[in-house]
Design a protein around this ligand. Structure first.
Ligand code: SF4
Length: 335
């Protein structure tokens, strides 16, 4: 196992398979125009598979496919099939659900273990206002299909924004119970493309708990970002308090972009290019040495450093900075 400078092991790998998305959520992609990664730079499935083998050699046991919207990547089940043969404890996918009804069966057949769907509202007009696309009915159909195909581990992720959807927590929990999914409420984060972020719009962990009402904490030994809670009727839910109570101390997550950049923190300004050495014919041992060197030197505590800014905290990047380097975008590095 490979540990970083703060003794955090490398266990989790999030792979963005495309930077494209078919929604334009206000907390992630609020702009009109974006600079996309060039097609020729995007890793093939065989290249991703080869890099995952190197990450596994260093200790990774959990892989999550993300985007952008990963279901926009053609033939994604073929990648799932390649990854499902590897010694992984967990192989999961995060999607916005728009295309999920069409792909859930193929993904399950290919060996995907679990699915997480982003769902911020159940109100059609609000969905359009938040995402600039009229696709809520498709997302709901996708969640229902995933509920049939993935008996265990279906999750719904809700970014809670004050004044926007903080009045829907009860309805979202009820919907989660209906489709056999655990809901996780996520604080609005000041990462990547969140150029509209402000402290005033953060609906905090404490406010979520107060709004949900009578919930008891579930004590568990886990490095997962969500704290879990149980309601009196037995339903469970999670809170990911990345903004007000970050969990950098136990962060074991690495990120790989669709064009092969390796990032050791969601907030990192720069990453390590893996595609160039891979395409130049670097041996497995050389790639592992490169990964080990980067992870061993890792001291990232991005969210904790943001928290320390207190009143000075504002959106992390301006639109011009993001246009200058698409790797700074959350939709490029996989959220
Ligand atoms: S901010 Fe960086 S170090 Fe902290 S939990 Fe997020 S990815 Fe990990």
């Amino acid at each position: 196992m490979t540990s970083d400078a703060l003794a955090r092991p490398l266990r989790n790998l999030r792979i963005s398979v495309t930077d494209r998305c078919n929604l334009r959520c206000a907390y992630c992609m609020p702009e009109e125009d974006y600079v996309w990664l060039p097609n020729g730079e995007i890793l093939s499935f065989e290249e991703i598979s080869a890099l995952v083998d190197r990450f596994i050699a260093l200790g990774v046991r959990k892989v999550r496919l993300t985007g952008g919207e990963p279901l926009l990547r053609r033939d994604l089940p073929k990648l799932v099939e390649l990854l499902a043969k590897k010694p992984l404890e967990d192989l999961a996918l995060t999607t916005n659900g728009v295309l999920l009804a069409d792909h859930a069966k193929a993904l399950a057949d290919a060996g995907l273990h679990r699915v997480t769907v982003s769902l911020d509202t159940l109100k059609p007009a609000r969905f359009v206002a938040l995402t600039r696309r009229d696709a809520l009915a498709k997302v709901i159909a996708g969640i229902e299909e995933a509920s049939r195909r993935f008996a265990k581990g279906l999750k719904l992720d809700t970014v809670v924004i004050k004044g926007l959807n903080d009045d829907e927590l009860g309805e979202l929990l009820a919907f989660g119970a209906r489709v056999n999914a655990e809901v996780r409420f996520i604080e609005y984060m000041d990462v990547g493309g969140a150029t509209l972020w402000s402290r005033e719009q953060v609906f905090s962990r404490a406010e979520i708990l107060a709004r949900v009402g009578d919930a008891e904490a579930i004590v568990e030994d886990s490095t997962a970002p969500a704290e879990r809670f149980r309601l009196p009727d037995g339903r469970t839910f999670g809170i990911i308090a990345s903004t007000t109570a970050p969990f950098c101390r136990t962060c074991d997550r690495a990120r790989l972009t669709a064009d092969g950049m390796f990032f050791t923190c969601l907030y990192a300004r720069s990453g390590t290019d893996l595609k160039t050495p891979l395409r130049a014919g670097a041996s497995p041992a050389e790639l592992e040495s490169l990964l080990r060197g980067v992870w061993s030197a890792r001291t990232d505590r991005g969210a904790e450093q943001r928290l320390a800014l207190r009143d000075q905290r504002a959106a992390l990047f301006r639109h011009e900075e993001l246009n200058g380097d698409p790797h700074l975008e959350m939709h490029t590095r996989g959220g």
